[in-house]
Design a protein around this ligand. Structure first.
Ligand SMILES: Cc1ncc(COP(=O)(O)O)c(C=O)c1O
Length: 479
């Protein structure tokens, strides 16, 4: 196990918590942070650490401090940073052919499409490639509209499908991200139904005695609020940004049934999940359901931006020439990202990382569960495989979300050499699938110290209103 160098100056132990740790950046590091703020427009966590290197599960800032990366970048790197075989593939392919005209193909793209469809149930045979996950979901929308000739696209409350305007209209994770966009979004044709959020049930019932009543309530919403002309229902297999909502076993089959009865396609968005993170290559393999379309992004892209939608040949053909499909952008299908993403998928399968995600995920979940039992602020632990989340609350009784406490914990964890994602009161753990058992234990121990420090009111002198999802009244949180 690699030792993580803690980026701190001084500390004093109170009740086991190193409560006075502070970041101690070099002047060169501080200068980069200031230049970033001056010229790069973006959301930044506090402090805006500048990273410059990565190896396996570790990322290294410009001062040489090491941190465990429990974000896998933007949830994109199942093999972690600097994987030798991927680096070699980048080198080799970049020197040969990296970009081409989108109206021609290349061997790498064809092989990647074949490899993806080989992991899917029979029938999901054709891939339309895109650059981003948002674009993949937009192409799925286009296909649904083109093949059905209908209009409504139904989404699920607390789902996130990206940030371009059409998929923003299908996104309902709250906050102010839609503010001032109203006239540009298509809410009239994008009704949303209830999520299967058992811990915060939208209709105030308990699972399993509810009999998945959110489905029946959703059907009523569809009947009463749509034009009865639904082209598709789109859902994240597990709603990640909206609260790591792992549906109970009957929900996705029920959703498919609902879609079928309304003559709508079921589109599952696996941007956050595939490949292998949940313990299966595709998250929906945990459920008795096969979608009509599945979209992939982040983890399948190997960090090089190759995303897409997979569907059945007859849907693609029915949509051909309609609603702008098949879709071809400037970079969709380039040989460089295709070669690297293909190599990554081969390694994920060769090294059986799905099984590893399941096994190490159990270790991560049990460590988090122990923290839940010991700390009032950790209301719930949810997740599947190596993707977990804690729901940070003011107290377990009220379940009141405590976004500022979550942000304090994230900040203190960074002082412990741990990089976590925190959006609102949801803190996520999404390490590379190659992470070791020791690194998971190290993260749980560091997280506990971070929680203790946060509960003790540390840090005292940081204004979190400008940090990440708390910035400007939770303006936007698009991860
Ligand atoms: C489930 C889901 N779908 C789609 C997207 C959009 O992907 P991208 O940022 O590549 O457009 C995201 C993340 O932003 C996501 O979490």
């Amino acid at each position: 196990m690699r030792a993580v160098v803690i980026a701190c100056r001084s500390h004093r132990s109170i009740d086991g918590a190193d409560v006075e740790k502070k970041f101690n950046f070099s002047n060169a590091h501080k200068d980069l942070i200031a230049r970033d703020a001056e010229h790069v427009l973006g959301w930044r966590y506090a402090p805006g650490i500048i990273f410059e290197k990565g190896r396996d599960s570790t990322i290294i800032d410009v001062d040489g401090n090491e941190y465990l990366d429990f974000t896998s970048g933007m949830m994109c790197l199942p093999l972690g940073h600097g994987h030798e075989e991927l680096t070699e593939t980048v080198r080799e392919q970049a020197g040969r052919f990296l970009h081409e005209n989108s109206w021609y193909s290349n061997p790498q793209l064809i092989a990647f499409a074949e490899a993806i469809t080989a992991t899917l149930p029979d029938g999901l045979d054709v891939v339309n490639f895109t650059v981003t996950g948002s674009e993949a979901n937009e192409v799925a929308m286009r296909m649904a509209l083109g093949a059905s000739g209908k209009h409504d696209i139904i989404s699920v409350i607390r789902g996130l499908h990206g940030g371009s305007l059409a998929v923003e209209g299908l996104t309902s994770i709250g906050g102010a991200r839609r503010r001032n966009l109203g006239p540009l979004l298509p809410p009239a044709n994008a009704p949303a139904i209830h999520p299967p959020f058992c811990w915060r049930c939208p209709i105030n019932l308990d699972y399993p005695s509810c009999g998945a009543a959110c489905l029946a309530a959703s059907e009523e919403l569809i009947d009463q609020t749509t034009s009865s002309d639904a082209a598709a229902i789109i859902a994240e297999t597990i709603m990640v940004a909206g609260g790591m909502i792992v549906p109970p076993k009957e929900w996705l089959p029920g959703l498919k049934d609902l879609a079928t009865r309304h003559g709508a396609f079921l589109v599952l968005d696996e941007a956050q999940l595939a490949p292998a993170r949940t313990g299966k290559i595709w998250g929906f393999e945990h459920y008795d359901v096969v979608p009509d379309m599945v979209t992939f992004a982040k983890g399948m892209s190997a960090g090089l931006a190759i995303c897409g939608v997979v569907t059945r040949r007859e849907i693609a053909e029915e949509a051909r020439g309609r609603a702008g499909t098949p879709w071809a952008g400037t970079y969709s299908g380039d040989p460089l990202p295709a070669a690297v993403a293909l190599k990554q998928l081969e390694i994920v399968e060769r090294d059986n990382l799905a099984l590893r995600a399941e096994t190490l995920g159990a270790r991560l979940a049990s460590g988090l569960e122990k923290l839940r039992q010991n700390y009032e602020a950790i209301g719930d632990v949810r997740g599947k495989g190596l993707y977990c989340m804690i729901d940070v609350v003011s107290d377990k009784q009220s379940k009141r979300p405590d976004a500022e406490m979550a942000e304090r914990i994230r900040y203190n964890a960074a002082l412990e050499g741990l990089i976590f994602i925190c959006v609102k009161n949801f803190m996520r753990f999404c390490p590379p699938l190659i992470i070791s058992e020791g690194e998971i234990d190290q993260a749980i121990a560091g997280l506990e110290r971070a929680i203790k420090s946060a509960l003790a009111g540390y840090p005292k002198d940081v204004d979190f209103r400008a940090s990440s999802s708390l910035a400007a009244g939770q303006e936007r949180a698009s991860i």
